[in-house]
Design a protein around this ligand. Structure first.
Ligand SMILES: [Fe+2]
Length: 320
């Protein structure tokens, strides 16, 4: 059965930005407030030998970080939908302490999800997601615009990245606004939107689910679904896992379904819907994984320089 299309009753004025609108404001990028930085540096100084593995989040010990996280969370949920924290490297923290700061900020945003561990290193493991069922985070490929997690029961609200070592050959970050694209589809392509609102099988990739045919057939949900959350829609997309999942289930996508995905990809890639930027060492980036798609350009490691990031998946508090 086809889900009803949500009537266009409200334009989420800041959430459904165009690239021009987003680039005209600075609310989505900034540095760590001085009082938050000072609090964290003092926290680290009181704990010799602190590592990410031993770091325990306690908002009473980092109240300024908690307040900062609450502001960023609000912006991710109802503001710009993304936040780029720059120049954290300028604090001069050791690599372990930088990871602790990233984890502290993630915990201030919500609850870390543990399917891949609290922190998950993202680097090129020499794998290809087109020949093995591995997450694209294990590869150096252009990932195409997507949201994280292909599992029906695992929906990270926010995805965070800490850049430890940028690539000097590619690896730029891209974010496209699926909420804005949804509005375009409602206005100009309602038939295609109807197709994108039908459930599709995704391949089982996210850890925690056995790769059986029963689980594959259960792993079925639409690209766009109605949501009671901000924006009114839930966007969950990675084309490759849909094509593979449908194929493995013996239900390859038909021409109309492929056309709808082509249109979606085209809209996500249009310059007015996406922004591109480059994370430097020490930068932290957060994105709303329910309304915005992310991507990175392909990159090449060299013996002298290997791109490396740490990732977190965060579930926002229910009341957020
Ligand atoms: Fe991703």
């Amino acid at each position: 059965m086809t889900a009803a299309i949500t009537p266009l009753t409200q334009r989420w004025s800041t959430l459904s930005w165009t690239a021009e609108e987003l680039l005209a404001r600075d609310s989505w990028r900034g540095t760590l407030p001085a009082d938050v930085a000072a609090e964290f540096v003092a926290f680290v100084a009181r704990r010799p030998g602190l590592t990410e593995a031993t770091f325990v989040h306690d908002p009473c010990e980092l109240p300024r970080m908690a307040a900062f996280g609450a502001r960023v969370r609000e912006s991710l949920l109802t503001g710009d939908g993304l936040f780029w924290l720059r120049d954290v490297g300028a604090l001069g923290l050791a690599a372990e302490h930088l990871r602790c700061l990233f984890v502290a900020m993630g915990c201030a945003l919500g609850a870390p999800m543990l399917q891949y561990g609290r922190l998950y290193p993202v680097f090129d493991r020499g794998a290809s997601y087109t020949t093995q069922a591995v997450p694209v985070s294990m590869t150096n490929a252009d990932t195409c615009f997507h949201t994280d997690s292909s599992s029906v029961g695992v929906v990270p609200d926010f995805v965070g990245l800490l850049c430890e070592q940028p690539s000097d050959r590619g690896g730029d970050s891209l974010v496209s606004n699926a909420l804005t694209v949804h509005e375009v589809l409602q206005r100009l392509h309602p038939q295609a939107l109807e197709v994108l609102r039908q459930p599709r099988i995704r391949d089982v990739v996210t850890p925690g689910t056995e790769k059986t045919i029963e689980n594959l057939l259960r792993n079925r949900f639409p690209v766009f679904a109605d949501s009671i959350g901000p924006g009114g829609v839930l966007f969950r997309y990675m084309r490759y896992w849909i094509e593979v999942g449908q194929q493995k289930a013996g239900q390859p996508l038909d021409a109309e379904q492929l056309r709808a995905l082509d249109l979606l990809d085209e809209l996500l890639q249009q310059p007015e819907h996406c922004v591109r930027f480059r994370l430097e060492a020490g930068d932290v980036f957060w994105v709303n994984n329910r309304l915005l798609a992310h991507n990175r350009t392909a990159y090449t490691d060299t013996p002298e320089n290997q791109r490396r990031l740490q990732r977190m998946w965060i579930q926002a508090p229910v009341s957020a």
